[in-house]
Design a protein around this ligand. Structure first.
Ligand code: SF4
Length: 291
């Protein structure tokens, strides 16, 4: 059965009203553009609860891009702590350096300039423009994609990666005025994070339950390709995390042999250590490893 076209304006209004009442008081929502940018880097692959503490510490230590740019990249990697995917720390440091050198220390305010910064892709540029400057941009994260897919398409999950067609569809949802567009981006993302979650949507608390196509169709299950899991245990990524933690805990240098013995699979440990060295997340000085 064909879905009835959804009244987009009505959905936008309801979700934005809901947001006024239910939005979380996240510290980066009261911060500078740089604070927003740091949060977006940290949130790329890490949940909000794990980002709150490191974000506060980061902003106290480096309240502006200039402050971070004056330090070596290793300091950023060390401060990244257990957030995971530490290459993000290196990229954030490179982005801070570019902002200090090319933008007079100010986070740029156009999509083009933002996208030219290291580590800033289409999503992150749009999010910074929208959340830091209340600009008009299509912000398409996993939460927003899921909400739009359910409300409009009547399907449980969108495809693994956004298609061009999906970007175009998302643009149709965007209010014309920049502040209203920015609010819609924040509100729809919040709805996906708090109510329309991947595994247990709380439809009884949802402001658009009467308009949702997936609910109206009685929740047909996802029948596309299997969704990527978050397999981690025993992977190179876990091994890299263990090695990097050890190096971080030994600022005066950690013997290579001690690091390799910390992981049961020697071949995997050597491969992972080589990856950290290739990515310059760890430096080797003779038989010692440092950040
Ligand atoms: S009604 Fe349920 S499935 Fe539909 S948008 Fe709301 S929470 Fe998500």
């Amino acid at each position: 059965m064909e879905n009835q076209p959804v009244d987009r304006q009505q959905v936008v209004d309801l979700v934005c009203d809901w947001f006024d009442e239910h939005r979380r008081d996240l510290p980066w929502r009261r911060s500078t553009p740089w604070g927003v940018m740091v949060s977006e880097f940290m949130l790329q692959q890490t949940p909000v609860q794990r980002v709150l503490g490191p974000w506060q510490e980061w902003m106290q230590r480096w309240p502006t891009p200039d402050d971070l740019a004056q330090e070596p990249p290793g300091a950023a990697v060390a401060a990244w702590g257990r957030l995971g995917y530490p290459r993000r720390a290196q990229r954030l440091h490179r982005a801070a350096t570019a902002i200090a050198e090319e933008h007079d220390g100010q986070v740029p305010r156009t999509l083009e300039e933002l996208r030219a910064l290291p580590g800033v892709g289409q999503y992150t540029a749009a999010a910074i423009l929208s959340f830091a400057y209340q600009g008009r941009a299509v912000v398409l994260d996993t939460n927003i994609r899921r909400v739009l897919c359910r409300v409009e398409q009547g399907r449980e999950f969108p495809p693994q990666s956004p298609t061009v067609a999906e970007w175009r569809e998302a643009e149709k949802w965007l209010p014309d005025q920049a502040p209203a567009a920015a609010k819609w981006a924040a509100a729809s993302m919040e709805l996906g994070a708090l109510v329309c979650t991947a595994r247990s949507p709380r439809c009884e608390d949802c402001p658009v339950r009467e308009l949702c196509a997936w609910r109206a169709a009685d929740y047909p299950r996802h029948d596309g390709p299997p969704r990527r899991g978050q397999a981690w245990h025993g992977t190179d990524r876990q091994c890299r995390g263990v090695l990097l933690d050890l190096v971080r805990q030994n600022p005066d240098g950690l013997a290579v042999e001690v690091a390799l013995e910390a992981w049961a699979d020697r071949v995997q440990a050597e491969r992972s250590l080589q990856g950290l060295l290739d990515d310059q997340l760890v430096q080797r000085d003779g038989e010692l490893l440092r950040l």
